[in-house]
Design a protein around this ligand. Structure first.
Ligand SMILES: NC(=O)c1ccc[n+]([C@@H]2O[C@H](COP(=O)([O-])OP(=O)(O)OC[C@H]3O[C@@H](n4cnc5c(N)ncnc54)[C@H](O)[C@@H]3O)[C@@H](O)[C@H]2O)c1
Length: 348
């Protein structure tokens, strides 16, 4: 079995990689205690059932699928369930789902009795390549994403590639956007795989492993995002603007990050990243309200003076942080704005 160990001041933990691992979770995790299994109703039911069957005392909570479940009421409901079942500090929480379930269950584990053990079994590409490690847990509040949360590292993460077989293609592409992000900022070899292979998704095991190696290295150096970890936010500044409630494009997180990366690439790199995104079936242009997106960006990052820090990349693996003013960001948004058909014709 392949293993990576993440060592942060918040704790060291293993990521275990193997096909079929879910069915053997009881051998890798301490489930001989009360276990809150958190999943959502879009995740195949059998995944949580397979896990629960290996627990001494399992309580399964299935929340509605979607970002709306990262909320205080759903979080409070999970805490209530733990209280009702008499969970103590020695018990544990396991996430069986994507980034939404992981962020929600992680925050529940972080705060119940000031912290109980948390295990993560990610079931989406996005959560396998990115969100399942690093310890960021959160819920959304008052329309602001991830505003209430904690840094809380899992005790162990199980990566079972078989779980990805039930994902629709759009969800696969959505997760690969985050892996492509890691490659653009940190790993020219991984970027080459995205550029040169016809169907990158066929190399999923390699992509997931390498992405987690990159993320592990970054969070080990900067667990709480004082500096280096900001590179993981590449594409997220404008991405969050597109993702915000006011815009409601129905885009997934990774799709917004894909769009948000493009203006942050140097001119020579941008068409290469756009080609890689297109090959994955990800958007490179969008029709959106520029001013609404910009105000969401400004709101998201309002605490910074003298501009908003963004990560710029000129060649794969070569990045730098720079502050951009709102007029500069407005001009950057133009690069991904799909023009109205008449407007395009008039200009032609
Ligand atoms: N904590 C972090 O470091 C971090 C990093 C990146 C993103 N995130 C968060 O992750 C979230 C997005 O995560 P996501 O893209 O995994 O979305 P998600 O958790 O909403 O999952 C996407 C959809 O896929 C379904 N699904 C999950 N596993 C499945 C499977 N194996 N087969 C079929 N369907 C399945 C879910 O029910 C859901 O409908 C966002 O809230 C984002 O903020 C967190």
């Amino acid at each position: 079995m392949k293993t990576l160990t993440v060592k942060t001041p918040g704790g060291a933990y293993d990521i275990l990689f193997e096909r079929g691992l879910l069915a053997r979770a009881g051998e890798c995790l301490n489930l001989n205690r009360k276990t809150l299994v958190v999943t959502d109703d879009g995740v195949p039911e059998r995944y949580a059932k397979t896990l629960a069957a290996q627990c001494e005392y399992a309580v399964t909570e299935t929340v509605p699928a979607g970002e709306e479940s990262k909320s205080l009421p759903v979080y409070a409901h999970l805490l209530e369930t733990m209280l009702e079942h008499g969970f103590t500090r020695k018990d544990c929480v396991v996430a069986v789902g994507g980034g939404v379930v992981g962020d929600l269950a992680g925050f529940t584990a972080a705060s119940y009795m000031r912290g109980v053990d948390f295990y993560n079994i990610p079931t989406t590409v996005l959560s396998q390549v990115d969100s399942s490690i690093g310890g960021k847990t959160a819920v959304n509040f008052c329309g602001v994403k991830n505003i209430v949360g904690a840094f809380y590292q899992p005790k162990r993460v199980l990566i079972d590639f078989d779980l990805l077989s039930t994902l629709p293609p759009r969800q696969i592409a959505n997760g690969l956007a985050e892996a492509l992000k890691m490659s653009v900022t940190c790993d020219p070899d991984l970027f080459r795989l995205f550029e040169e292979t016809e169907r990158p998704a066929e190399h999923m095991e390699k992509i997931v492993f390498r992405s987690l190696e990159i993320k592990k290295s970054v969070v080990e150096q900067d667990e709480k995002e004082a500096g280096l970890r900001k590179i993981l936010n590449f594409g997220h500044t404008l991405g969050h603007g597109l993702e915000s409630e006011e815009n409601l494009h129905g885009l997934y997180h990774g799709e917004c990050v894909a769009l948000g990366m493009l203006p942050m690439c140097g001119e020579a790199l941008r068409p290469r990243v756009a080609a890689a995104l297109t090959k994955l079936g990800l958007p490179t242009r969008l029709r959106f309200d520029k001013e609404k997106a910009l105000s969401a960006v400004a709101h998201d990052k309002k605490s910074e003076d003298g501009g908003i820090s963004v990560v710029l990349v000129h060649a794969p693996g070569q990045w730098r942080m720079e502050k951009k003013t709102l007029p500069e960001l407005r001009a950057m948004l133009e690069l991904i704005l799909e023009k109205e058909p008449e407007e395009t014709e008039r200009k032609a």
